[in-house]
Design a protein around this ligand. Structure first.
Ligand SMILES: *[C@@H]1O[C@H](CO)[C@@H](O)[C@H](O)[C@H]1NC(C)=O
Ligand SMILES: *[C@@H]1O[C@H](CO)[C@@H](O)[C@H](O)[C@H]1NC(C)=O
Length: 404
């Protein structure tokens, strides 16, 4: 009799525990439970902090004693502690010293193929690879060597009659900024269910990319679009480019890669995608919407610096639109919050928040030197690892507010 009672009690306990576990998992997974999990995260963080203090107090684990308010994340980077207290790994974010060794074999192979292909005839003669800069020095280096400017009506061959009246008359600086706080919104799949929309819209200006929509995704990505940066492939091949009202908001910028450091005339003869007639058609339909063409030198000026600081040879292909956009906004804004360029805890192989398409190359890079771009953004980041982990947010100072 006693024996069966015990058995019953035991079964009840096991059942109750299972039920509890299922509820926990369900709560975590449930859509819209983001803020619950945030609260959970915050509690967890506090717990970790006190745990850290405890271990420090006991003197058994501490490698460095500090009153830094960020000690929580410092503790997290101590592998001995991480091994002991499991939840601490939850603040693991992008490592700024990532290299091709961090790529899966398939992406390593693609990276090597691009190195051999060298489509854009890259012949880098600058310093590096592996030159070390402090974050401050790197910011100044970028400011002084990457010329963010647009093709002008005086640039040959845009000064010919064929182009008369097509390029915007005003310089982009008279239309865009200067702004205080800007948001750069990647198109990453990890923006899904982020609930960041309000936070993003609270910025003075918001940059989006290519065909990234806001309708039906406002909660996660916001509604405001101040600048849309598009690659020439989209402008050339997207059949709805002239029709979709998505493109009618804000300032448009299109970019197209030239052969390595080629000037405008040479590039014009041999663009990657010949988007010029589509551009003209759009300008005729929307003459009052500012629509600029990025000078083709800019991506390579930026590429040179990514190569200079990278630990090895990077893909000899132009930087991603995301990376170009971050630098463009750094020239227009005092502060730039970049969303989901460095992946948060929502990191996923889903490429875009608006498409069901899976590929790890979207985070790690195949064509673009994405991995090395992320190293650079992580190095420049002035926000916390917690911000990256929870919100996918990296915070960079713009060039306007720095002293070199
Ligand atoms: C940037 O562009 C301006 C005007 O086009 C030019 O005078 C200057 O030399 C360029 N700077 C760099 C670093 O390329
Ligand atoms: C266009 O620019 C080129 C190079 O600066 C110059 O030689 C040419 O005369 C200009 N053409 C016109 C129509 O102004």
């Amino acid at each position: 009799m006693i024996h069966t009672n015990m058995k019953k009690k035991f079964s009840c306990c096991v059942l109750a525990f299972l039920l509890f576990a299922v509820i926990c998992v369900w709560k975590e997974r449930k859509k819209g439970s983001y803020y619950d999990s945030l609260k959970f995260q915050a509690k967890e963080f506090q717990l970790l902090k006190s745990l850290g203090k405890m271990t420090m107090g006991s003197g058994s684990q501490a490698s460095s004693d500090t009153q830094d308010p960020q000690e929580g994340s410092q503790i997290l980077s101590n592998p001995r502690v991480t091994a002991k207290v499991k939840p601490q790994s939850s603040f693991q974010v992008w490592d700024k010293d990532s290299s091709s060794k961090n790529l899966i074999p398939r992406l390593q192979k693609i990276w090597k193929n691009y190195l051999n292909m060298n489509k854009y005839k890259v012949s880098y003669k600058g310093p590096g690879p592996g030159v070390k800069f402090s974050a401050e020095a790197l910011r100044c280096h970028l400011r002084d060597h990457v010329n963010v400017s647009m093709v002008e009506a005086t640039d040959f061959p845009f000064n010919t009659s064929e182009w008369e009246g097509y390029l915007p008359k005003e310089n982009i600086r008279t239309k865009a900024g200067p702004w205080h706080r800007c948001a750069v919104v990647s198109s990453a799949g990890s923006l899904k269910s982020s609930q960041l929309g309000q936070e993003i819209d609270d910025h003075d200006a918001v940059m989006r990319f290519n065909g990234a929509p806001t309708a039906n995704f406002q909660k996660d990505v916001g509604m405001k679009t101040t600048i849309r940066l598009m690659n020439s492939q989209l402008v050339t091949t997207e059949s709805l480019f002239l029709k979709n009202s998505l493109y009618n908001e804000g300032i448009l910028i299109v970019w197209d890669p030239s052969v390595y450091h080629a000037g405008i005339p040479k590039w014009y003869e041999n663009p990657d995608y010949n988007f010029f007639s589509k551009y003209k058609s759009y300008r005729k339909m929307h003459p009052s919407q500012p629509f600029y063409i990025l000078k083709p030198q800019m991506p390579w000026e930026l590429w040179d610096i990514i190569q200079e600081i990278a630990p090895e040879n990077i893909q000899p292909n132009p930087p991603s639109s995301g990376m170009l956009g971050i630098i463009i906004m750094m020239t227009l804004c005092d502060q730039v919050d970049v969303y989901e360029f460095l992946p948060s805890k929502r990191k996923t192989d889903v490429c875009y928040y608006h498409q069901k398409f899976f590929d790890s190359a979207c985070t790690m890079g195949a064509y673009h030197p994405l991995l090395f771009e992320k190293n650079m953004v992580k190095h420049l980041n002035e926000g916390t690892d917690e911000d990256i982990y929870l919100f996918g947010r990296a915070t960079l100072s713009g060039f306007r507010s720095i002293h070199c």
